[in-house]
Design a protein around this ligand. Structure first.
Ligand SMILES: [Zn+2]
Ligand SMILES: [Zn+2]
Length: 840
């Protein structure tokens, strides 16, 4: 084949053709390195053919994988995602393949003829350009041209080191065509090797002596004439001895990387190598998984009837080797996890593969330890804390068939397992399954499609299924499997609603903790039971206002209020991370009367300390949890009875099993009901149900005190009565009237620009286009300012498209993108979010 079409990770909806030089053999589904604009890029070969392209083609630089890294099934899945979510295929493939760590990038610059002229004639470009340059910029440019003038090219690092110029200056010079930037990406050692240090005896020494020669220096007191290595050992200094001892303890060989962790200078190893005592060889990397100590298995798999039935249904579906979708609806505490693991074990015993997807927050080190306990070396765990290198290692373990059980967050749905039998999506309603950048896929929906392509079974599990999945089950697209009871027949907690409007009338002031909740907490503390309190808002106060002029303190980059963080003494934007010190005076009018409104989790913790001075109080939110370990630490403190009270955001609501908690207080969980988003009721119902599910998982029955300003809202009412079916019926009726999912396919089209008039112009152009073209069966709402008008410096306008026909919807979106391209609206500034979860 003379040509290949390559999908590159660029925001363009097309593959690019290249000529295949003699002797190169790329494979469909494998990576090649190709020139693209001023760079080299790796992309996936999507087609090999002999059709001569209409345009001139460049040559493939090198073939990175002689065999496909994406098999036919994953290629098909990638194309489906690109089509369904209107995402560039190359960007989809990049998301599917976590192998970026296998590349190193080298950026080089070289001078052009134009640049040579500029150097010698002192800046020939247009007078306007010169006029805008400061003398400092001109100096910087001169230094760069001068440095490059006598070289073929220079690496970015050396160039910047020698000339002290910013990347912005280099970028400007590239635009003026004075210099050319080249991005040379090279595949790292395809074989993936590691450096191993090996202790040497004298090369001629007989085998039997090796052990002796390897003896640590302290043992080197016996006959000096045995080997030269031995003689040398006697003269080692302390650092050298440390290394030799470590090597000896490692059986004479250790990865160089391991030796680096010892507290000795790196030169020590080199000197041992020079003295011929240690040899360094490169060997193919062995996969190693960093692991935590295993805990005794919490899964004894003694199932109740419902669990047994659920397991049987899954195993039957797997054995049928046909696509089967199941919705596993189990109340909180009904033992879903045990069912997942038992069915995965059945798949493993059948010699096939399974994938378990979990929400981001679900993969703690303890969970990983449990998984190792159940599956040993057969499990690969993919979580967000992995480095690129570790991720690539896990990918290879899966690809090679070494690990057939895969557990991970969103992107684990792309794990390259062979003979896929089962995909389980735990907490399938969790929003972390939706990727909020290109490609904007939903891992649950991709899981269903992948299972279809593989003739596999897919089980979606939840205590609070999404409306979409519940609807599919009602329509018999999925089989509904119920786990209606808690294990050991523990009752669901009693829920008491507190009307906070009434509380205000009776007490005459705004309360954070109602009298009833305070009383219940006190009772629990006296009985040495534990309490959880949910306030789904982090920080100290969400709003800072000036009493004199009324202005609200906003983020510089976003149209949102800055949140006061008291301990950090900062005002923080929760959307872009922008921070400023806490103001002493109003930034608008200079008045000293700045005051802080509302309560976040940090303030709630302080408040509770005041109310219950002897209680041991912990807090779980994104400010106290920096890594997975923090999360685990706080939870295990609660488990061990080292905490009496735990305050937190929705983090505390998610699937963990703490048996001592008998009271859950919900403070302001209905904040979301005020948002202009059609999913607000669903989210509130799910959050309330999840957090209520934390109460009474042990021997003592639990209670929930739910404070709300909307006591009559159906989401609150149905959650209080544990009435899932009631909520879903009501919410489905509402969605049907309003033509919202699951009755309509929905897409959010967001137009953004850091220049307001550009955002307005573009959304106006698209608005006009939507008006003028006929789209039968597709409703277009907008353009309207997005609820958050400005975010991360971009002004944002949006359209919402709804249609009962997904095909029609996607056709309209496709022609809209084509029109936008024609009008030169950059593809990156028009965001198409199919099945959007947020319309904010
Ligand atoms: Zn003011
Ligand atoms: Zn911001």
């Amino acid at each position: 084949m003379q040509f290949c079409d390559v999908a590159l990770p660029v925001p363009l909806d097309t593959a690019f053709s290249y000529r295949v030089p003699e002797g190169m053999e790329p494979a469909v589904g494998g990576r090649v390195l190709v020139p693209f604009r001023q760079q080299r890029m790796s992309g996936i070969v999507v087609d090999l053919h002999d059709r001569k392209p209409g345009v001139q083609t460049k040559n493939v630089v090198s073939v990175l994988d002689p065999a496909p890294v994406l098999d036919a099934q994953l290629m098909r899945l990638g194309k489906w995602i690109a089509d369904y979510y209107l995402a560039p295929l190359g960007e989809v493939f990049r998301t599917m393949l976590p192998l970026s760590a296998e590349f190193k990038r080298t950026i080089t610059y070289r001078i052009t003829e134009h640049g040579q002229l500029a150097l010698h004639l002192g800046g020939i470009s247009g007078s306007s350009a010169r006029a805008r340059r400061t003398p400092e910029e001109q100096d910087a440019e001169f230094r760069v041209l001068d440095y490059l003038a006598n070289r073929d090219d220079a690496r970015e690092q050396s160039l910047r080191g020698a000339t002290h110029v910013s990347k912005a200056v280099l970028g400007g010079m590239v635009r003026k065509k004075w210099i050319v930037r080249e991005d040379v990406s090279d595949a790292r050692d395809a074989a993936r090797t590691v450096k191993i240090a090996i202790l040497r005896s004298e090369a001629s020494g007989p085998q039997g002596e090796e052990d002796e020669a390897l003896a640590p220096a302290g043992l080197a007191g016996s006959e000096p004439e045995r080997t030269t290595a031995r003689r040398s050992v006697k003269k080692l200094n302390g650092n050298q001895q440390t290394l030799i001892e470590a090597l000896t303890a490692g059986g004479g060989r250790l990865a160089v990387e391991m030796l680096r962790t010892l507290d000795v200078p790196t030169s020590t190893l080199s000197s041992l190598v020079r003295r011929g005592l240690v040899e360094i060889v490169e060997e193919p990397a062995e996969f190693h998984v960093s692991r935590v100590k295993a805990r005794p298995s919490p899964f004894d798999f003694e199932f109740n009837a419902a669990q047994k039935q659920a397991l049987q249904r899954i195993v039957e579906a797997v054995n049928a080797r046909k696509f089967a979708g199941m919705l596993l609806h189990g109340v909180t505490g009904s033992g879903k996890t045990a069912v997942y693991l038992a069915s995965m074990r059945a798949v493993l015993e059948a010699g096939r593969s399974a994938i378990l997807l979990v929400p981001e927050i679900g993969l703690t080190p303890a969970v990983a330890a449990d998984l190792h306990q159940v599956f040993g070396e057969e499990v690969a765990i993919l979580h967000s804390a992995l480095s690129d290198q570790e991720r690539a290692e896990q990918w290879h373990r899966i690809k090679s068939g070494e690990a057939r059980m895969v557990v991970g967050t969103r992107s684990a749905v792309f794990a390259p397992v062979a003979d896929l039998a089962l995909i389980i999506v735990d907490e399938e309603q969790d929003s972390s399954y939706k990727q909020e950048e290109t490609p904007r896929y939903h891992a649950r929906d991709v899981a269903v499609m992948r299972a279809k392509m593989a003739n596999a079974a897919v089980a979606l599990g939840s205590a609070t299924p999404s409306l979409e999945s519940y609807y599919n089950a009602k329509k018999s697209k999925y089989a509904l499997v119920e786990l209606p009871d808690r294990v050991e027949q523990r009752p669901l907690p009693e829920v008491e609603l507190i009307d906070m409007k009434q509380e205000f009338q009776e007490t005459g002031q705004e309360q954070v903790i109602s009298r009833k909740l305070a009383e219940e907490i006190r009772e629990r503390l006296e009985r040495k039971e534990q309490v959880m309190i949910l306030l789904n808002r982090r920080g100290y106060s969400p709003v800072a206002l000036c009493r004199a002029c009324g202005s609200r303190m906003e983020c510089r980059n976003c149209a949102v209020a800055l949140t006061h963080h008291k301990k950090a003494s900062r005002m923080v934007c929760h959307y872009c991370g922008f921070q400023v010190p806490v103001p002493k005076v109003c930034g608008e009018c200079g008045s000293e009367y700045v005051y802080f409104l509302g309560t976040g989790s940090e303030k709630l913790e302080e408040l509770l300390h005041g109310m219950f001075p002897t209680a041991r109080i912990g807090r779980l939110d994104r400010d106290t949890v920096r890594g997975k370990d923090d999360f685990e630490r706080v939870l295990s403190a609660l488990n061990e009875g080292e905490l009496d009270l735990l305050v937190g955001t929705q983090m505390i609501a998610k699937g963990h099993d703490v048996h001592g908690v008998t009271l859950v207080g919900v403070v302001g969980a209905d904040i979301a009901l005020g948002l202009p988003d059609f999913r607000a009721a669903e989210r509130t119902f799910q959050l309330l149900t999840q957090v209520a599910g934390r109460a009474g998982r042990g021997q003592t029955p639990g209670k929930v005190v739910l404070q709300t300003y909307f006591p009559d809202h159906y989401a609150v009412q149905y959650a209080a009565h544990h009435d899932f079916a009631g909520f879903y019926e009501k919410e489905l009726r509402f969605r049907s009237w309003m033509h919202y999912p699951p009755y309509s396919a929905l897409a959010n089209v967001l137009i953004r620009s850091d220049k307001l008039d550009e955002a307005l112009l573009w959304s106006g152009m698209l608005g006009k286009w939507f008006d003028q073209t006929r789209h039968e069966g597709v409703r277009v709402l907008g353009p309207a300012a997005a609820p958050i008008l400005r975010l991360k410096r971009d002004y944002r306008y949006h359209f919402v498209l709804k249609s009962p026909s997904r095909e029609k919807l996607n056709t309209v979106l496709r022609s809209m993108l084509a029109y936008a391209a024609l009008q030169k609206i950059p593809r990156t500034q028009v965001i198409v979010d199919v099945d959007a979860l947020w319309l904010m």
